[in-house]
Design a protein around this ligand. Sequence first.
Ligand code: HMH
Length: 224
Amino acid sequence: MKFSERLHKKLQPIWRKNHAHPFVQGIGDGSLDQNKFRFYMIQDYLYLTEYAKLFALGVMKAEDLETMGKFANLLDATLNEEMSLHREYAKKFGIEESEFENAKPAPTMLAYTHYMLHVGQNGTLADLVAAVLPCTWSYWEIGKELNDIPGAADHEFYGEWIQMYRSDEFGQLAKWLIDLLDTLTEGKPETELSKLEEIFLNTTRFEYMFWEMSYNQEMWPTDE
Ligand SMILES: Cc1ncc(CO)c(N)n1
């Protein structure tokens, strides 16, 4: 069995929870409160700013030019395509891009990005890929599922979000990461695989927490 097939089995219960989450459901049927979405987009902008750095670390850790080039593509796609979606939404909200950039980070966003950066900086290339994969893979899956809801991708407010994550371009990036992880783990001992599985599960759990955080607009519980 490919390592990604093993991971796919493991992540199913959490993915089902993602898809059933009222935030995701609300994007699908257009009923999501726009204030919740705005909170999410701001935190996601901060998230992607850090996430993009993982791809720069991928360039550093890769051992051949082809892999370096692919990570460079991912870095470019994140900063200049995916984050353009957020900048467009900022316009729709009538707020400046700088308001996105200078927003206060929410604790779950901080915990998630810092965990990934820690793994990416201190681990192997396989560790790094295990950490970043749930992000791309789960969004692609959500994008495709929501796209299957009649009219969802044409919704005047949430349609563009669905179109971004269901797109073939985005899917290709996810597929490339999946294949890379399978190649890197071929013939590796169980001790190593279970360590990678744990990293993958942790960021999968963080993905669920990000929906939860956004739905509840969670900041520090101690803030005045
Ligand atoms: C939290 C989060 N996970 C995944 C993606 C997909 O890139 C995103 N934009 N934000």
